[in-house]
Unconditional design. Structure first.
Length: 355
């Protein structure tokens, strides 16, 4: 029994190490490409200062360089995304291959006329047909599925410093996120209910609502805040992502025994703790502004890239009781691709895993 645990933990350690390596490679690609882009922009600015190109030509060259950088990051990170997806599938297949199938001796049929059932006499056996429909004793499959719904608030920190969260440019309680998804939950051991591999797909809506009547504007290759000339009733930048979360979940639900002394496993009946991460791809961004002017109400919707990173990845964890947990996410790569100051997203909320 203990040998089995050693093997499981070793495999998990190998998986986490490889996932961390992929995340580090993505970070290295992003940093390297950004440095190359800054060098190209510096060269363009030098030519502009020397008068060899016009301002319009400089802006065109800067946009072309930014687009090339974005395409390069997308291509390189896309390969790592495929590798990450293969890693997840490999992990799942590995756990399934390790599954042992227990031999179950089926009782003889109640319609069998053999002497084993003792029906060779003429006694009344009506009482033998009393069934016990006790659903509490039913045994769950090792692989179960859940519908996931999560909601909460977002904030931004600068340069990975959590101490800067108090200076976040966002109105925290207006900067909300909503997540909808499906997950699979696989019990890693045939004899223990403790360790589970939880993985799935989610659709994430993430809103950023700036403070102080500000809104986001694209300034070349950067995205910055600008004050609105008037009073905004609503200002939010909404980004939508498809994400692939994966967690190692510790489920403290105790196994029970049926009337025959066999173990019965159920999940999500006690405290649960999940630790892992996520990887995602952006499907779209749009900014909505609402304001009143001359007695009229206006709504402006702007769709675009806003220099928001096409790919996201980060760490996540949850802790709670039964189906409800407190849920936290930390996005490792910056929200905006080319800003001088890297801003990273942190999220906190509640999560429902409906089994």
């Amino acid at each position: 029994m203990f040998d089995g645990y050693v093997v499981t933990l070793s495999a998990q350690t190998t998986f986490e190490t490889k996932a961390k390596e992929i995340a580090e490679q993505i970070e290295q690609i992003t940093v390297s490409e950004k440095l190359l882009l800054k060098e190209k922009i510096a060269e363009i600015n030098d030519k502009l200062d020397q008068g060899t190109i016009t301002k319009a030509e400089a802006e065109k060259l800067s946009m072309e360089a930014a687009q090339m950088t974005s395409d390069s990051i997308t291509a390189k990170v896309g390969l790592l995304q495929d590798e990450f997806s293969y890693l997840i599938q490999q992990k799942v297949n590995e756990e399934i291959d390790e599954t042992t199938v227990e031999k179950v001796d089926m009782d003889p049929s109640p319609w069998d006329d053999s002497e084993e059932w003792g029906y060779g006499d003429d006694e009344d056996h009506d009482h033998d047909w009393d069934f016990d429909f006790n659903f509490k004793n039913r045994n769950e499959s090792r692989l179960t599925s859940q519908f996931v719904f999560a909601f909460g608030v977002n904030s931004l920190i600068e340069n990975s410093d959590l101490g800067t969260i108090s200076d976040s440019p966002l109105r925290t309680f207006d900067s909300r996120f909503y997540e909808y998804g499906l997950t699979g939950k696989y019990r890693l051991s045939p004899t223990s209910n403790f360790f589970h591999l939880k993985y799935g797909l989610s659709l994430l809506y993430s809103r950023l609502s700036p403070k102080n009547n500000n809104y986001y504007v694209v300034d070349g290759i950067e995205t910055r805040l600008q004050n609105f000339d008037g009073s905004l009733n609503k200002n939010e930048l909404r980004n939508v992502f498809f994400t692939a979360p994966i967690h190692l979940e510790l489920d403290f639900t105790k196994a029970t025994k049926d009337s025959e002394g066999k173990q019965r496993f159920r999940t999500q009946k006690a405290v649960r703790l999940g630790m892992g991460g996520f990887f995602g791809i952006k499907t779209g961004s749009r900014q909505t502004l609402e304001y009143n002017q001359n007695g009229n109400k206006f709504e402006v919707i702007e769709k675009g890239n806003f220099n928001v990173n096409q790919f996201i990845y980060g760490l996540s964890a949850y802790f709670g009781y039964r189906s409800w947990t407190v849920y936290a996410n930390y996005q490792i790569n910056p929200v905006f691709e080319n800003n001088d100051v890297d801003q990273r997203l942190v999220s906190l909320g509640l999560r429902l895993d409906w089994n």
